[in-house]
Design a protein around this ligand. Structure first.
Ligand code: BES
Ligand code: MN
Ligand code: ZN
Length: 502
């Protein structure tokens, strides 16, 4: 879908396609709606009289094939209460408009939404965030469909957003468009089936997408990791036909002297559970167990695309967890890169093993200002928070409040859960430094406690358990038209922009 911004003087009433204007709740018609009403010989006013439209968010008043006009349909869309309008709300609106246009099969549309009195957003920003929401809704993943393609096609090809502040809109939108590209990459990676996207294919794609943007990408395979002592990560991957990978992505957009922010991702390209094999529906969707790695990769793409003035390093551990004669076993003891030993009591608690080595490697090599890891780590977090919040665990209150604020702004919300020595006791092992599972309860917390054992003194660290938000099996969120959500790219991008960019 092609999106552009045009000044009001550059559009006329004689154009075809759909014409969308906004109406705020509880106030008189905005200038765009008044213009449209005039151009249509009072069609909007007449339609308003015979409907219950009041300008609430989500409400739509539609006049199809208005007499005497080239326009195919007029749409009056509710903006809600002006004082409640914010960036996130505008993105939702943009996505709702596009959803409507997809449903009716329009190929071209113009959106002309004025900023109502009392709204806190600027005109250019408003246009840019509408466009961003529209773009997010235009995502498709239909590469494996071969029949009835017409049914799936999104016909809307051209979207023009009318704004008096074309230059400002374009500027804000350039940054958001970069974020959309990062989200789309993350969604693609999560949606890909595991026979196609195994560790080496993931690392190839990361390198292909990022190198051309100026990101330095290094890939470590089995041999190199074995030499360096990645015993925990390699233990998980050893039952797979596919080679494990560690991908290191460096974007140096900031000052040389500034330590980077590190993003670490769990990349289990398929989690069968290993010898502690998952049963039935529990294994479905486990192609998405690399969503943390996908979010990290997508964020790196967004930062590089918009040339963010920040030093960021992304480190992802890519493995496949499979049952085989060569698999690691329950009862095995693994020696991690940190030197700490881990008694494996359940091969399905594999994500923490992958992260352990990735975290050690990242801290030792980069001495980062802060480390944020993302992982579809536990079913327990889904039982706790469901699908609306990711869990956040941290040793630093400041970074938590920053992440929470970024979450509120972008809509990728997080909820803090505790760390405490009491929970740490639950991962004591009878023979090794720790075991890889806790007890029957508080599974998301004991998993986080496990990770904390690999955080070095003085490292600022936050762990995001994204198992409930990385994909959606039930109802679709309005800006997310696919199974893989791309969760985390928006949040991390916002966090960087607000706090770590020069
Ligand atoms: N990848 C899963 C966690 C998961 C479950 C993500 C459901 C998304 C949806 C993880 O590797 C896992 O299997 N965790 C186990 C841990 C247990 C064995 C201690 C779990 O949550 O059941
Ligand atoms: Mn598992
Ligand atoms: Zn897993």
């Amino acid at each position: 879908m092609q999106i552009s911004f045009v000044a009001p003087s550059n559009v006329t009433a004689r154009e075809g396609g759909a014409w969308v204007v906004g109406a705020a709740e509880g106030s008189a018609l905005l200038p765009g709606a008044v213009r449209l009403d005039k151009a249509s010989g009072g069609a909007i006013a007449r339609a308003l009289k015979v409907s219950r439209f009041s300008g609430k968010v989500g409400q739509i008043l539609e006049v199809v094939a208005p007499a005497g006009m080239a326009v195919s349909r007029l749409i009056l869309a509710g903006l809600g209460k002006p004082e409640l309008m914010d960036e996130k709300g505008l993105e939702t609106l943009g996505a709702q408009f596009v959803a409507r246009l997809h449903t009716v099969g329009e190929s071209s549309a113009r959106i002309e939404v004025d900023v109502p009195k009392g709204a806190k957003v600027e005109k250019g920003e408003m246009a840019a965030h509408l466009a961003f929401g529209a773009k997010l809704k235009s995502y498709t993943f239909d590469k494996y469909r071969t029949r009835n393609l017409d049914e799936y096609e999104k016909k809307l090809k051209r979207l023009r957003i009318v704004t008096p502040e074309v230059a400002a809109a374009k500027k804000v939108h350039a940054g958001l468009a970069a974020v959309a590209e990062g989200i789309f990459l993350a969604r693609d990676l999560v949606n890909e089936p595991p026979n196609v996207l195994y560790p080496a294919e993931f690392s190839r794609r990361a390198r292909a997408q990022l190198t051309k943007l100026g990101v330095k990408v290094e890939i470590l395979g089995d041999a190199e990791m074995k030499k360096q002592g990645f015993g925990a990560l390699l233990g998980v991957g050893q039952g797979s036909e596919r080679e494990s990978q560690l991908v290191v992505m460096q974007w140096n957009g900031g000052k040389k002297s500034v330590k980077p922010i590190a993003l670490v991702g769990k990349g289990v390209c398929f989690d069968s559970g290993g010898l502690s094999i998952k049963v039935g529906v529990g294994m479905q969707g486990m192609k998405g167990d690399m969503a943390g790695a996908a979010a990290v990769t997508g964020t790196m793409l967004a930062l590089a695309t918009r040339k963010a003035k920040v030093n960021a390093v992304g480190v992802i551990g890519l493995v496949e967890n499979m049952p085989d004669g060569t698999s690691f076993r329950p009862d095995d003891v693994l020696t991690s890169l940190s030197g700490q030993t881990i008694e494996v009591l359940n091969t399905d608690a594999e994500g923490r093993l992958v992260l352990a080595d990735a975290l050690t490697y990242t801290q030792r090599r980069f001495k980062p200002k802060a480390v944020i890891d993302l992982a579809t780590l536990t079913g327990a977090i889904v039982a706790t928070l469901g699908y609306e919040h990711a869990g956040v665990f941290s040793n630093d209150d400041q970074i938590v409040s920053r992440i929470q604020a970024a979450g509120r702004y972008t809509g990728e919300r997080v909820w803090q859960l505790p760390l405490d020595p009491f929970y740490d006791k639950m991962i004591r092992s009878k023979i090794a430094d720790m075991k890889n599972i806790g007890g029957a309860n508080s599974g998301a917390i004991t998993a986080a406690q496990f990770l904390l054992r690999f955080i070095e003194k003085d490292t600022v660290w936050a762990h995001l358990d994204i198992a409930g938000v990385a994909w959606q099996d039930g109802e679709q969120k309005v800006t997310i038209p696919s199974w893989g959500t791309g969760w985390g790219v928006r949040l991390l991008n916002r966090l960087m922009k607000e706090h770590y960019e020069a």
